[in-house]
Design a protein around this ligand. Structure first.
Ligand SMILES: [Zn+2]
Length: 275
């Protein structure tokens, strides 16, 4: 299946090069909200949705502290809705959306596709609905999470020795990588050759595939601040590193917030859809 990388919004927290590897000063950094569109026999499938236009017109959809800290830069032409149209589909063609997790910077586009089935792990949906504690209220927004959810918890076929959850459309698989959030999962997508693995926020910077602690300091601090389970998060990152060593040619791994696609990422990334 043909797979397109699309960027559905930026976050511009202060600190520049302390966050990302492209800034030269300590002004606003650039963190992408990378999603993908899978051209499947069941129509285009979105993996994550970044920010939607409503997140700009109704800022209360995002917790004030997260707005202040992350400084989302939301433009309608970067929304998943606009990106899907730019690829030649109508929004109604999108019947399925698969979510790595439900944080505000991934779920903002869900309300633009009210007809779509939104696939998520049962653990993540339970936690997002409970919103237990301050961090939970900061990361999950009930105003964004109005969707036709389909929960997944039954085991699926294994993925390079990793456990999965089954039941996703078009042969996609959830690969649970918890720790950043309770039910966080990577999404494995059968590509024309091998697999693409959207690893969501299991790592924030592709250089973390080379070893722990390889991201800039504020990114590492943010990963720590947003995690729910440090042991699980580090185990999830280690599982990605092992996977890359086991099958480097077969798998393209991408993560959400890296501002540019790592050279190892081999998938359609039209420049106009990733600005
Ligand atoms: Zn995120």
């Amino acid at each position: 299946m043909k797979i397109h990388a699309i960027n559905c919004g930026w976050m511009r927290p202060w600190g520049g090069l302390l966050w990302d590897r492209h800034s030269t000063g300590v002004g606003p950094a650039s963190l992408a909200c990378r999603c993908v569109v899978v051209e499947s026999p069941e129509g285009p499938i979105l993996v994550d949705t970044g920010f939607g236009p409503s997140d700009a017109s109704e800022p209360e959809r995002i917790h004030a502290l997260m707005r202040m800290m992350d400084r989302p830069d939301i433009q309608p032409h970067r929304s998943a809705l606009a990106r899907v149209r730019a690829l030649g589909f109508t929004p109604e063609d999108v019947r399925h959306i698969v979510m790595t997790h439900l944080d505000f910077d991934h779920a903002g586009g869900l309300t633009d596709f009210p007809w779509a089935k939104v696939h998520v792990t049962a653990t993540e949906l339970r936690a997002a609905r409970a919103r237990d504690g301050m961090k939970a209220r900061m990361r999950w927004s009930p105003l964004q999470l109005r969707a036709d959810f389909v929960e997944h918890e039954a085991p699926g076929e294994s993925f390079f020795d990793m456990a999965t959850l089954g039941g996703l459309p078009a042969g996609l698989r959830f690969v649970p990588l918890p720790g950043h959030s309770p039910g966080h999962a990577a999404v494995a997508i059968p590509a024309e050759k091998g697999w693409v693995l959207h690893a969501g926020d299991a790592i924030f910077d592709a250089r973390e595939l080379e070893g722990p602690g390889k991201a800039p300091p504020l990114t590492l601090a943010y990963e720590n601040a947003m995690q729910v389970d440090p042991i699980a998060r580090h185990a999830s990152a280690e599982a990605l590193r092992l996977l890359r060593r086991q099958a480097p040619e077969d798998i393209t791994i991408l993560c959400t917030h890296d501002p540019v696609l790592h050279p190892s990422v081999r998938l359609a990334a039209e420049p106009g859809l990733n600005d």
